[in-house]
Design a protein around this ligand. Structure first.
Ligand code: FAD
Length: 465
């Protein structure tokens, strides 16, 4: 027990007894994320104001108690999984403070669910582009802390491109405001971006000012099947060189196509090596013209069949295949290790071939899908955690995937973060100097190492180790 009784009493005084959870059945609810990492906290607190967050961090820093900020717990890197200490659950700080059509900004508390914001913006004709596939569950605070991406990133960028200002509570309880609501702002260092993707290791984000854009009026999608994976990958550049910037360029490999077809029996081409879903958005006339050109490019690159969807109903039918990848893979094996690698776009075919070779070498199944316009793919290493011999091969295969990624000039994580699960690989990609500087930054904000310890940095490098 790292939280002594007098601290429990203080927490109850600040937050009210109902907002401090310590029963085993309550704690277990906050002991995992969307990976298989697990760890029980000593206590969970549910603040509703910045002042309460500040009071909790003052006590935690004084007592050197670890604090793990938590949004919805949908993370895919173990980053919100505690190892004792306090889980600071931001889900109840979920007020949408302001939508300003004039300034085209939204000001939100961290616990606002992404989809709630998307829906609130519709009457204003505005859009917040970052759309992680978890948008129905994940919070804006979690999205900012992981710099979440989504299918629309190729055209619109990732979360960092929309964060204009933050309110952050630092260990010790000071409240820092960064950035603002100005499109241009070069006054001083960019502290806002330092917190984006910091995975709860520097402070607790309690308010976020987001940039918005006008919502496009129309959208259309092409689904194209390819006998050769390389042709699918090359299609992205062929479309770009036509002067068209697609909204999404999603790829499913043959293992994914077969898994979805087994589940849905919707007539997918199971002999194809790759299936692409390419969408465009904008003004209706431009969208109709562009989607026809996209279909032509796909055919020219060898795709057959090529299907086009221009109404929401037709689009829904095509996108169901992509959205069903995860549930379909879940029918193959009880568990999977979802990776999140990124390579330069030109290296996608080589990367996928390497993944296929690694799957053969370690005798594991690795269906791969992803956002290939961004060079970001998710190889899912299928496994059964009850089989230690298989898990040994899974660990070796994961290591081989990371090594291949770095060899091809890539990065370990495009959108899920490093968290607990990838921290030991950090030095391989970043090298000692970059890590030394990052640790120095961590020490400036969190000198006692209470913020989400055990995450991002390899164990032996942590503050206090
Ligand atoms: C089905 C599914 C699909 C997914 N698809 C995508 C996708 O397309 N793109 C993508 O990028 N990710 C995706 N993810 C991963 C996950 O949803 C994202 O990482 C998301 O941003 C996490 O948000 P969350 O609210 O669940 O945060 P949590 O998982 O609770 O926390 C994630 C990290 O953020 C920190 N944190 C949370 N809130 C705060 C705060 N207020 N202040 C400081 N730190 C904080 C936590 O400490 C932790 O380090 C997916 C996950 C699932 C389960």
């Amino acid at each position: 027990m790292t939280v002594p009784p007098h601290v429990m009493r203080e927490l109850q005084d600040i937050l009210g007894p109902e907002a401090v959870l310590s029963q085993p059945e309550e704690l277990i609810t906050y002991s995992y994320d969307a990976t298989w990492a697990e760890g029980i906290p000593d206590v969970v607190v549910n603040p509703t104001t910045t002042e309460q967050v500040a009071a909790v961090l003052r006590i935690a820093d004084r007592e050197r108690i670890p604090v793990v900020p938590r949004g919805a717990g949908t993370g895919l890197a173990g980053a919100s999984v505690p190892q004792g200490g306090i889980v600071l659950n931001l889900a109840r700080m979920n007020r949408l403070r302001e939508i300003s059509p004039e300034d085209m900004v939204a000001v939100v508390e961290p616990g606002v669910v992404n989809q709630t914001l998307q829906e609130a913006l519709q009457p204003y004709g505005l859009m917040y582009p970052p759309d992680p596939a978890s948008l129905y569950m994940s919070t804006i605070g979690g999205n900012v802390a992981t710099n979440a991406g989504g299918p629309r990133c190729l055209k619109y960028g990732v979360t960092k491109d929309y964060v204009m200002g933050l309110e952050v509570v630092l260990p010790g309880g000071q409240v820092l405001r960064t950035g603002g609501r100005q499109i241009k702002n070069v006054t001083g260092y960019n502290l806002t971006q330092l917190f984006v993707g910091s995975e709860g290791t520097l402070g607790v984000i309690t308010e976020i000012t987001l940039r918005l854009i006008p919502a496009p009026a129309a959208r259309a999608t092409v689904m194209a099947a390819y006998a050769r994976l390389e042709d699918a990958a090359e299609t992205v550049n062929a479309i770009l060189s036509e002067g068209i910037l697609p909204l999404t360029t999603e790829l499913m490999d043959q293992a994914c196509i077969r898994a979805v077809e087994r589940k849905l029996q919707m007539g997918l081409p199971t002999e194809a090596e790759a299936l692409m879903l390419i969408a465009v958005d904008g003004e209706p006339e431009a969208v109709h013209a562009q989607i026809r050109r996209v279909a032509e490019v796909c055919r020219r690159m060898g795709a057959d069949p090529v299907e086009m969807a221009t109404t929401p109903e037709e689009e829904e039918r095509l996108w169901i295949a992509r959205r069903s990848v995860s549930p379909a893979l879940a029918l193959i094996k009880p568990s999977r290790l979802t990776e999140d690698i990124v390579v330069p776009r030109s290296k996608i075919p080589a990367m996928i071939r390497r993944i296929q070779a690694i799957a053969r070498e370690y005798d594991v199944m690795i269906p791969t899908f992803g956002h290939i316009g961004d060079g970001n793919v998710h190889p899912d290493i299928m496994c059964d955690r009850r089989d230690p011999e298989e898990m040994r091969r899974v660990a070796l295969a994961a290591q081989a995937v990371f090594e291949a990624t770095i060899e091809l000039g890539g990065t370990l994580s495009g959108e899920h973060g490093i968290g607990l699960l990838k921290r030991e690989f950090l030095p391989k990609e970043l090298g000692p100097l970059a890590i030394e500087k990052m640790l120095a930054i961590k020490k400036v904000f969190d000198p006692n190492g209470i913020m989400n310890p055990g995450k991002v940095f390899p164990k032996e490098m942590e503050i206090g180790e």
